[in-house]
Write a protein that binds this ligand. Structure first.
Ligand code: ADP
Ligand code: NA
Length: 286
């Protein structure tokens, strides 16, 4: 089976429910802290593995309780962690507030994720890897090195441009697809079609409850998300990226893969948390 390599972050999500977010200088009381495994890289890897892909995560955690939590969560979802290095820096932490409407806002302390280096990419064998999926909570030079590594070895480079960071034209030109959400897309280009002017071979714009738009030289194809009552949208974009990569690795065309990814991500917003909310193939909403 061809496999998915995920290059990205692993964070502990410290989640607290609040009635509303505090403004500057203000304090609000929230619920009890819930600790959950997260980080865009780990989330993406778990989402891909849950729907049946063979997955490795390339990243770093600290030698602390949160690093252990992440390793065991990854392993229990079937993600291989041989390329998750133990760093001298603390495990990355995301401080997440969730409001009753299911929206979240997040501060990330990168910690060990800031240590993921180009040399870590060079330590991976490309044999059997068909898709590399990257996100940007690890250093940009490492991601750019990873994308070039993928292209050189016949691995399809997919990049979730989240959080938005400047990428070199040579990196953008290799992406197939570039994945962005609606807000990121608006920062990058005036129209979905114009995303291709940045250089990628294809782009996918996730549209929240409206699903996603697949952008290629042939035009824009929208795929729907099933209608759901959102409970917690944390990690929905990562679920989308992971499921998309899994289906591309299985041989799907991009539109077909995006259609499936929108269903997986919609399923994830019906449950609390990021990784714990990702469905197995049998539980993906139709
Ligand atoms: P991000 O979480 O990165 O901002 P989106 O909000 O676009 O990205 O969500 C990613 C995907 O999650 C969407 O393409 C869709 O499949 C699914 N999704 C998100 N919110 C909803 C919702 N309210 N109803 C159904 N699906 C949703
Ligand atoms: Na969720």
């Amino acid at each position: 089976m061809t496999s998915v390599l995920v290059l990205g972050s692993a964070n502990a999500d410290l989640v607290v429910e609040v009635a509303r977010r505090p403004g500057g200088g203000e304090t609000v009381l929230g619920g009890d802290t819930v600790v959950m495994p997260g980080g865009k890289g780990a989330n993406t890897a778990v989402a891909a593995a849950r729907v049946g892909a063979s997955v490795d995560l390339l990243g770093a955690v600290g030698s602390d309780q949160y690093g252990e939590l992440l390793r065991s969560s990854l392993a229990s979802s079937g993600v291989r962690t041989a390329f998750v290095r133990t760093s001298a820096r603390p495990t990355g932490i995301a401080y997440i507030t969730v409001t009753p409407d299911g929206e979240n806002s997040i501060v990330v302390a990168p910690g060990a994720n800031g240590d993921v280096a180009p040399s870590d990419v060079d330590g991976v064998s490309p044999d059997g890897v068909s898709v590399l999926v990257c996100s940007l909570e690890v250093p940009v030079p490492t991601v750019e090195h990873g994308v070039a590594w993928a292209a050189r070895h016949g691995v399809r480079p997919v990049l979730n441009l989240s959080p938005v960071a400047p990428l070199s034209p040579s990196t953008l030109a290799l992406l197939d697809p570039l994945i962005v959400n609606e807000h990121e897309a608006a920062q990058l280009a005036p129209t979905f079609e114009a995303l291709l002017d940045l250089g990628p071979r294809s782009a996918v714009v996730t549209l929240g409850a409206r699903g996603a738009a697949v952008v290629t030289r042939d035009g824009v194809v929208e795929v729907p998300a099933p209608a759901v009552t959102p409970v917690d949208t944390t990690g929905a974009g990562d679920a989308f990226a992971g499921a998309l990569a899994a289906r591309l690795a299985a041989g799907d065309q991009l539109v077909e893969a995006a259609r499936y990814a929108a269903r997986v991500a919609a399923t994830s917003v019906t449950r609390a948390g990021a990784q714990p909310s990702y469905p197995a193939a049998a539980d993906v909403l139709p």
